[in-house]
Design a protein around this ligand. Structure first.
Ligand SMILES: Nc1ncnc2c1ncn2[C@@H]1O[C@H](COP(=O)(O)OP(=O)(O)O)[C@@H](O)[C@H]1O
Ligand SMILES: [Mg+2]
Length: 510
């Protein structure tokens, strides 16, 4: 019982039960009192005009010379018709002057006349509700009555007929015995039972839904982060479920991001260690050989060793400066110095720079752009670095005989920079990750087929620092296209061209 009362269901059910019982009690009480009132009112209305009729008769007979006692005795026949009726003649102060009732039965000599006045004052004795008067037969009781002014020779009095149905004779028992009331009670009981049943049914389903919610929350707490509350209706509980589901989804995404970031951080450290250790170990080996064997080495061997050492050192310093650059981007220490420049000129310069390399690789490096290309806004040094990185990749990964195409296109407010090659491409499953640090399609980290895997991460940082986006598309076997946009410079006469220096903060989250 205690545990039931602890539950919301138990509490609501108890409150509901108490409420229903209280309401039924009030309803029973009201219907009982109404029934009493109705009886009295009906009875009084039935006899309302009797006193007046009788008074007129008495007055006439008094006028005819009959004594009051004779008249009263004669009226006994009347009371035989209704044994509950008692006739009194009362003076204006309420004193009982005359009655047929046994003197021994009379318990009061005087009664309050106020109700009589009230009764007489009511037009046609049309009373709104029953009026009671002191019952001369009962020192504490009250009865309904009929009354009328009575003009006797020498005095003004009242004729009072009480209908001795004292309040307590309409006992609960008599009411209970009445068929109407029994039916009312039955109806009330049925109503109580029906509302209890309906209430319990509502609570049962409510409780069931809350139970489902509690189970889902417990699942979630125990690590089942994809657990969601089934939404069957959009009421308050449904809304709560929707709110929980939204929170759970946000939490799940946040957790996955956290896990991914953690994994990436661990991979990052492992990759740095690997990429630093391999060239260092190799350099150390060659330096030690040079030191130990020194004289025994031929000139040719020594030159070869030194070339390897140089290559390792160059690679190491490139790797360190790339890491440093990324760290500065992360710490928001690098901000692009935005100014207008000709992207077409820059593209031509870059192509020229890579011409010897492309020729040696037997790769056809071409640039294509429309005439009158507008100036764009950006940090020219950074954009050069980004395009160079992309071309470097295209040359490195496309292979002999391929074509690398640097294309500039004019869009509404932007210039699109596209670097495409028709090399072997990037497998679809690797595409989403190529911009991640250290990510390389060739996982062996063999230096012949690639660098550190930081190039595209830097390109992405640069493009994002300009408030733009970079994308990659690849149909393996046909074309790999990297493209990003740059905003067109809008001529603003208030700003002389060479003074425009503006920074755009990176929207990137890392
Ligand atoms: N044009 C391309 N064609 C094929 N693969 C590419 C191309 N550009 C980039 N990749 C793949 O993306 C990886 C990441 O590129 P990047 O970050 O520049 O690293 P890195 O050049 O140092 O290997 C490369 O290792 C390569 O596998
Ligand atoms: Mg690269």
């Amino acid at each position: 019982m205690k545990t039931i009362l602890k539950s919301l269901f138990g509490k609501i059910a108890l409150i509901f039960l108490i409420q229903i019982l209280a309401l039924s009690a009030v309803q029973m009480y009201l219907s009982l009192t109404c029934t009493f009132d109705y009886y009295y009112e009906k009875d009084q209305k039935l006899h309302a005009k009797t006193a007046a009729a009788l008074a007129r008769m008495i007055e006439e007979r008094v006028k005819a010379g009959c004594s009051l006692t004779t008249i009263t005795n004669d009226t006994q026949n009347l009371t035989l018709l209704n044994p509950d009726a008692h006739i009194y003649i009362v003076d204006q102060t309420g004193r009982i002057l005359q009655t047929l009732t046994d003197a021994s039965e009379i318990k009061r000599k005087k009664i309050d006349v106020q109700p009589i006045l009230e009764f007489i004052a009511a037009k046609d004795q049309n009373l709104k509700e029953a009026v009671f008067i002191d019952n001369p037969l009962d020192p504490d009781g009250k009865v309904i009555f009929s009354a009328s002014p009575l003009h006797l020779d020498d005095q003004y009095a009242y004729l009072l007929i009480t209908y001795n149905v004292p309040l307590n004779t309409l006992s609960l028992q008599s009411i209970m015995d009445s068929g109407v009331l029994q039916n009312t009670a039955l109806a009330a009981m049925l109503a109580v039972m029906f509302s209890l049943f309906a209430g319990f049914l509502v609570f049962f389903f409510l409780n069931k839904r809350l139970q489902i919610m509690r189970n889902v929350v417990n699942f979630f707490k125990n690590g089942k982060y994809d657990a969601r509350i089934p939404i069957t209706s959009r009421d308050e509980i449904g809304e709560l479920g929707v709110a929980f589901n939204n929170m759970a989804s946000a939490f799940e995404t946040y957790l996955r991001d956290l896990e991914r970031n953690d994994r990436m951080r661990r991979e990052f450290i492992a990759n740095i260690s690997h990429d630093l250790r391999s060239p260092l170990a190799s350099t150390r080996g060659y330096v030690e050989t040079l030191m130990i064997k020194d004289e025994k080495l031929s000139q040719k061997e020594r030159k070869k060793f030194l070339q390897i050492i140089h290559k390792n050192v160059v690679h190491l310093s490139e790797l360190v400066s790339e890491l440093f650059e990324l760290a500065k981007f992360d710490a928001k220490q690098i901000e692009p110095a935005i100014e207008p420049f000709s992207i077409a000129e820059l593209a031509q310069d870059i192509v020229l720079k890579f011409q010897p390399q492309s020729e040696s690789l037997n790769i056809n490096l071409i640039s294509r752009f429309p005439k009158n290309l507008p100036l764009v806004m950006g940090d020219i040094g950074m954009i050069e670095r980004a395009i160079s990185n992309l071309i470097q990749n295209a040359l490195k990964f496309s292979g002999k005989g391929a074509t690398v195409n640097l294309e500039l296109l004019k869009a509404e407010n932007h210039v699109i920079v596209k670097i495409a090659d028709n090399g072997p491409g990037i497998p679809v499953e690797d595409l989403p990750y190529v911009f991640e640090r250290f990510y390389r399609v060739d996982k062996s980290r063999n230096r012949k087929s690639g660098g550190s895997g930081l190039g595209l991460a830097i390109v992405k940082k640069i493009v994002e620092a300009h408030g733009q986006k970079i994308s990659v598309k690849c149909n393996p076997g046909s074309e790999t296209v990297f493209s990003f946009t740059l905003p067109v410079w809008k001529k603003d006469l208030s700003q002389p061209r060479n003074k425009i220096k503006q920074t755009i903060s990176s929207p990137e989250k890392s």
